[in-house]
Design a protein around this ligand. Structure first.
Ligand code: T5A
Length: 213
């Protein structure tokens, strides 16, 4: 999939309020420093359709969403995102940094909602074919600590209102995925002061850029 001249696909993952948005700024600075053309996007979202689906998924004033419907909506948004944003950029040699991707579906719908990895894997194959991220940075934090950060920012969305067992399953799934794919998935302890977390993220991306040249 990588091919000469093709962009690299980097994703950043983790539980609620873990600091993905904050650390994407670090990724952006390092890519700029190395003169690498890149795009930054997010899931669910990244397209007009994806952002509309995101709104449906995160709002709290609708009837409860069936877990399978939630899973399918994640992949509907992803199909549009891949076809119109991610794939064209990678094909043009642009690197893509995505705030969450399919590891989040394994963690939240497979683990948190207990739909299991098999259902996610089937849709992953259908929607993505062979496409997988080249590097995934998983920011790891105790769910209570992450939620406390999210709470400081304001009102909680539909996922953030879940119970602590849900987030424990999300975290365990991310950790299991990192164990299964240690080369691609790199865990960073995000419970530390921001400067330390950012230094680790910068070192990881610098190392990855070095190996990709
Ligand atoms: N979802 C998504 C699924 O269920 N399945 C899927 O397939 C996908 C793709 C929305 C939701 O969608 C779900 C998961 C999510 O619940 P989201 O908006 O990406 O996805 O998720 P959130 O976790 O809600 O994203 P947030 O924007 O809320 O959190 P971030 O980006 O992780 O955190 P950030 O950077 O905004 O930081 C939060 C606060 O903490 C501070 C920051 O300054 C900020 O105030 N902070 C720190 N403070 C102290 N020390 C540090 N090290 C800090 N790092 C950050």
């Amino acid at each position: 999939m990588k091919g000469e001249g093709r962009g690299r696909f980097i994703t950043i993952e983790g539980g609620e309020g873990v600091g993905k948005t904050t650390n994407i700024e670090t990724l952006k600075q390092r890519l700029q420093h190395h003169g690498i053309k890149h795009g930054i996007t997010r899931e669910p979202g990244g397209t007009e359709l994806g952002e509309a689906i995101r709104d449906l998924l995160l709002r709290t004033d609708t009837t409860p969403l069936n877990s399978m419907a939630e899973l399918l909506l994640m992949f509907a948004a992803r199909a549009q995102h891949l076809a119109t944003v991610i794939e064209p950029q990678l094909a043009a040699g642009t690197w893509v940094v995505c705030d969450r991707f399919t590891d989040a579906t394994y963690a939240y719908q497979g683990g948190g909602r207990e739909l299991g990895a098999g259902a996610v894997a089937q849709l992953e194959q259908l929607v993505q074919g062979e496409l997988r991220p080249d590097l995934t940075i998983i920011l790891d934090i105790d769910p209570e600590q992450g939620l406390a950060r999210a709470r400081q920012r304001g009102e909680l969305d539909r996922f953030e209102q879940e119970h602590v067992e849900f987030f424990a399953r999300v975290r365990a799934t991310y950790q299991a995925r990192a164990q299964e794919e240690p080369e691609r998935c790199r865990i960073v302890d995000a419970g530390r002061p921001l400067a330390e977390v950012q230094a680790d993220v910068a070192a990881l991306i610098d190392g990855f850029i070095g190996s990709a040249k």
